[in-house]
Design a protein. Structure first.
Lengths: 180, 196
């Protein structure tokens, strides 16, 4: 049903679309990071597309692949009742994506969550703070190389066994795992 | 009563006080997760925790003497639980309701505290996911026996004299490796910025 959306994108911004396809009825387009904002703006403002609603914004960590992260935008048109999924690849060395808060207000908290849990920075975001974890938390826990046993407690009873040394060691070693 | 046993009257008095305490436990339900449903069942007519004199939940910790930790305690919530415990007047007891409150349960990850006893001393652990109301009543009766015997906290009985204190990591500026636990100034965005 939303194949028409992909066709329009291929016509209007062919350079920006790296890959487009459909899987079990979900239409997806992988776009260039440099042209992400113009593609999203087109999707929102074109009367034939009219994606007025950002349903969700998430990140996938592929760890072994390059680019390592994928930022995923789930869009929905309230008037035309069609959906599309926009993906953009993000390097590990420079995990940055321009913010979509100027297009959809709903992106503000979703981008804070993505920054909190995956460490993808959204440039131009007005208030990019952690939203689920506490400020004292170190690292980004949903990255696949975040050590499972690392504990960063806010308080402990003084007689509880300390996990500081283990956590510090785990966090320090976590970035070596990919080269093993 | 005889003159060569002067502790007889105080002992009897203590027994009476313990008896009164064990049958008028004022509970503070610190309910954070799905176990609260089972707690409601325990409170309700079918299982009727009122039979054991603990039917009256107080929604201020300052008026309660039994803290029931019902459900998962996250690391972010642990300081709140500690503050609630600190606000309760002595004598006070703590029941860990369900495996999450007892050990963290199946949440072995970055966000869940592995047991409420990492933060506060716990007297009774009730296992189960969630526990049946019968288990909760069994745990309550075990606690009542403990109160009648005037044995105090489990932790104190185990020789754990430091059970009352705690430290707050927020007051620690650096970790042992010299790095700060907080975000660096370059990682914070200005808080006064508003979207649109």
């Amino acid at each position: 049903m939303a194949q028409r959306v992909l066709d329009i994108l291929q016509q209007r911004v062919p350079d920006a679309i790296i890959e487009a396809g459909s899987y079990v009825g979900d239409e997806m387009a992988l776009v260039e990071r440099d042209q992400l904002l113009s593609v999203l703006t087109l999707l929102r403002d074109d009367p034939e597309l009219d994606f007025s609603m950002l349903t969700d914004l998430t990140v996938v960590d592929w760890l072994e692949l390059s680019p390592r992260f994928e930022v995923i935008y789930q869009l929905y048109s309230v008037r035309l009742k069609h959906r599309v999924r926009i993906k953009v690849g993000v390097d590990e060395a420079r995990p940055e994506v321009p913010t979509a808060t100027s297009l959809w207000f709903a992106a503000a908290w979703a981008e804070r969550e993505a920054w909190d849990l995956y460490g993808v920075r959204f440039t131009g975001h007005p208030d990019l703070r952690r939203i689920l974890m506490y400020d004292e938390f170190k690292g980004h826990p949903l990255r696949k190389d975040y050590p499972q046993n690392a504990r960063q407690p806010l308080i402990r009873r003084p007689d509880a066994p300390s996990t500081d040394d283990q956590t510090t060691r785990l966090l320090a070693n976590s970035h070596d795992r990919r080269t093993e | 009563m005889s003159n060569d046993n002067p502790t007889f009257v105080p002992t009897m008095l203590q027994d009476a006080v313990n008896w009164a305490q064990k049958y008028s436990l004022f509970t503070y339900p610190f309910a954070t997760a799905c176990c609260a449903m089972e707690f409601m069942s325990t409170m309700g007519a079918r299982y009727d925790i009122a039979r054991f004199g603990a039917e009256f939940p107080r929604f201020s910790p300052r008026q309660a003497d039994l803290l029931i930790v019902i459900g998962t305690i996250t690391e972010r919530q642990a300081p709140i639980l500690r503050r609630v415990y600190d606000q309760m007047p002595d004598p006070k007891w703590v029941m860990a309701f369900g495996v999450c409150a007892s050990t963290g349960g199946f949440y072995q990850n970055y966000t869940v505290t592995p047991g409420a006893d990492q933060v506060i001393p716990v007297d009774v652990y009730v296992p189960g996911c969630p526990p049946r109301p019968e288990q909760v009543l069994d745990g309550l009766m075990a606690l009542q026996n403990r109160i009648q015997e005037h044995r105090g906290h489990v932790q104190a009985e185990l020789g754990n004299t430091a059970a009352i204190g705690y430290r707050d990591r927020r007051h620690l500026p650096v970790l042992s490796d010299g790095t700060s636990m907080t975000l660096g100034p370059d990682e914070r965005m200005p808080k006064d910025g508003r979207v649109r």
